[in-house]
Design a protein around this ligand. Structure first.
Ligand SMILES: C[S@@+](CC[C@H](N)C(=O)[O-])C[C@H]1O[C@@H](n2cnc3c(N)ncnc32)[C@H](O)[C@@H]1O
Length: 255
């Protein structure tokens, strides 16, 4: 089987039969080798795959496929810190990871920004594993087993640097042809509307993870009316030559 075939086969196992199963140390290393080129390339909370089992880190198959690993999470955290530099004083910004999965983005955001991150995931299995992992690594993330739509009204807006990280499940929105942000669950425009509604329209920052193969111009369509701030691209590419990307936008009036 080609490297791309092996990669797609692993993704299918992670999102299929292994979806709700805790991965063994050997399986975590296999993810590292196949997806990131070496076992250590699969690293979460600062712990590489070869050390995860001994460190008691619990990763479900689904989370292994969906997560944002340390290198990209650290880049995201530094990008947000840089965007916050340009705010006009005021209160400490609110930072929320609305679809947290592993919670790894929140861990790095919290460490780099020096503030607690609010996080939601509505899957009880993922919530339990992530709560355990966050406790193991001493992350002060305020994690809740909750739908992001219920978390949003609990988060009192503080100012225009408030930052929401969104990464809804891709499901059938992802195919070898690319990612359709209008087909995620829920669709990205709906999430953006929910955020703005919870803030009574007040401006904020939004970060979103994609790959660099976007279908139907759906990133531009979803963020029509928002102001693009920057895009960061992950290295190395995945075995199918797609690359992970993170885009930051200013949302709301005056953008
Ligand atoms: C693509 S994953 C996020 C991966 C995460 N960024 C990481 O680094 O591990 C999407 C997550 O959102 C959760 N989820 C799906 N719908 C949700 C909702 N309505 N509210 C909160 N979490 C949700 C899923 O359980 C899943 O863990």
């Amino acid at each position: 089987m080609s490297a791309v075939g092996v990669y797609y086969d692993l993704c299918q196992r992670l999102m299929g039969p292994w979806r709700t199963r805790m991965l063994s140390g050997a399986e975590l290393c296999e993810v590292g080798r196949i997806v990131y080129g070496r076992p250590e390339g699969f690293s979460l909370y600062g712990v590489g795959a070869p050390a995860m089992e001994a460190a008691g880190i619990r990763i479900l198959g689904r989370t292994a496929a969906e997560c944002c690993v340390d290198t990209m999470s650290l880049d995201v955290a530094h990008a947000v810190a840089d965007l916050h530099l340009h705010r006009d004083g005021g209160d400490e910004p609110l930072v929320a990871e609305l679809f947290c999965g592993s919670g790894n983005l929140g861990v790095h955001l919290g460490r780099v920004l020096g503030l607690p991150v609010y996080a939601a995931d509505l899957d009880p299995l993922i919530y339990r594993a992530t709560r355990h992992n966050l406790h193991s690594v001493g992350a002060p993330t305020r994690l809740q087993l909750i739908d992001y739509r219920e978390l949003l009204p609990e988060l009192t807006p503080r100012g225009p640097a408030d930052t929401y990280i969104i990464e809804p499940p891709w499901g059938p929105a992802i195919s070898p042809l690319g990612l359709d942000l209008l087909g995620t669950s829920p669709p990205v425009p709906e999430i953006l509307a929910d955020i703005l509604r919870a803030r009574d329209g007040r401006p904020c920052l939004v970060g979103i993870k994609t790959i660099d193969r976007i279908r139907h111009d759906s990133l531009n369509v979803a963020f029509a009316g928002a102001h693009h701030l920057r895009t960061i691209t992950g290295e190395p590419p995945f075995p199918d030559a797609s690359r992970m990307q993170f885009h930051f936008y200013r949302l709301g009036p005056g953008t």
